[in-house]
Design a protein around this ligand. Structure first.
Ligand code: DSN
Length: 415
């Protein structure tokens, strides 16, 4: 993978692009929200579609010359409907946050009420954090996971909904390792006569492959991003029953976006086609099996996991249980030094700042894309333990860095 034409024009950017290819090849990418799009997806994303304005929707555009845009956007929509079984799909939101924005703008008025999970308990900025547009435009109250079990307390959510009387209840999370019981959140929403938005950004691929129960047909709105477990390139998506289609369409354009990123929509179409192939189900199943193997190994090594395990693609380690003095940032930094890239993460009942944290979040979607199996992930778990147990020991880190390189070479990326 080279960038010769970029290099002719702009050697500085070419250097950064090539360095990034090497970085992705030579590190273990374990940020739970990241993955490797195929070269086919990236070719579509880096295409002539970046040149075209196509405000509107297939068959109804404001500009001429949109016949190829119509073809590709229609393909992306039809494939998404097949993958997730939704009646209505909008593939134009630029990312998951914009997908959530589209639902809020379609269904809420400023000042309306959102009930969602607190960010430090695994929620997302766009679910109503006070520094996000959602926290500024709407009145937000937040539920938490049970700090003892690390799991959602569905009865408490329902009680909270009855008391707060929200206009929308948001489910779907960024750092929740367990299966989500969508019906239970739906009950809470119905108890308050509220809409239910299920944000499946992290688990789009797992839901499409049947590895996690689907909220489609239960929640009123399902949003997601297309670059995490689904590997369809960077972007967002909204799904809903047909009755909400016109409102969502208008919220996206003219409500909040101008020209759609048609090159990204081309990437989504290609990535969705890949996800419709039988191998994708194997990939999703392996991703979950790998996360379980990783989590079990970390537990065997003495680490505490929030909720004591995982049903999904990620594990959340609470370092306070095993390494009281090691912060999430310490662990993230030491692991990055050896080529294991993951992120410091708040944990339920967090006592440190979000910039320091007491936990780390580790995911297996990207490792699985480059061919890692459960044994490889057990080995990676042992390496993570060795580094955190010796996070200031340069000799240990040098040894582990070599083992990381061997693992990368055994599982090549973008050959
Ligand atoms: N930044 C993503 C994550 O890491 O979960 C969510 O937007």
């Amino acid at each position: 993978m080279d960038y010769d034409r970029v290099r002719e024009t702009d050697p500085q950017v070419a250097d950064a692009l090539e360095a990034e290819v090497e970085r992705q090849r030579d590190t273990l990418e374990m940020i739970a929200s990241e993955n490797f799009a195929s070269e086919a997806v990236m070719e579509a994303q880096g295409s002539v579609f970046t040149n075209k304005y196509a405000e509107g929707y297939p068959g109804s555009r404001y500009y001429g010359g949109c016949e190829n845009m119509d073809t590709v956007e229609s393909l992306a929509i039809e494939r998404a409907k097949e993958l997730w079984g939704a009646e209505y799909v909008n593939v134009q939101p630029h990312a998951g946050t914009q997908a959530n924005m589209a639902v809020y703008f379609a269904m809420l008025e400023p000042g309306d009420k959102i009930l969602s999970l607190d960010l430090t308990h695994g929620g997302h900025l766009s679910h109503g954090h006070h520094m996000n547009f959602a926290g500024q435009l709407y009145e937000v109250e937040q539920y938490e996971v049970d700090t003892e079990t690390g799991r959602l307390d569905y009865e408490a959510i329902r009680d909270h909904a009855e008391e707060f009387d929200p206009d929308i209840v948001v489910s779907g999370y960024s750092a929740y390792p367990r299966e989500i019981q969508w019906e239970r959140i739906q009950e809470a929403a119905e108890a308050a006569d509220a809409y239910h938005l299920a944000d499946i950004a992290h688990i789009t691929g797992l839901v499409a492959a049947g590895e996690h129960p689907s909220p489609v047909g239960i929640a009123d709105f399902v949003t997601g991003s297309t670059h995490k477990t689904i590997r369809a390139g960077r972007g967002g998506i909204v799904m809903a029953d047909e009755e909400y289609g016109d409102d969502i369409d208008s919220a996206v354009i003219p409500g909040m976006q101008g020209g759609p990123l048609m090159h990204n929509i081309a990437g989504k179409a290609v990535g969705f086609e890949e996800a419709l192939q039988p191998e994708f189900e194997e990939y999703a199943a392996q991703t979950v099996e790998n996360a379980k193997a990783l989590g079990e190994t970390l537990q065997d090594e003495g680490f505490g996991l929030v909720s004591e395990g995982t049903d999904t693609h990620l594990v959340l380690v609470d370092l306070r249980e095993s390494h009281e003095d090691v912060t999430g940032k310490d662990a993230e930094k030491a692991l990055e030094e050896v080529g294991i890239v993951l992120n410091a993460n708040t944990v339920p009942g967090e006592t440190r700042s979000p910039f320091v944290t007491s936990g780390i979040r580790a995911g297996t979607p990207a490792l699985t894309s480059r061919g890692f199996d459960a044994d490889d992930c057990r080995y990676v778990g042992e390496l993570i333990a060795r580094v955190i147990n010796n996070y200031e020991d340069e000799d240990v880190k040098a040894e582990v860095a070599e083992e990381v390189q061997n693992l990368c070479e055994a599982n090549p990326l973008y050959e």
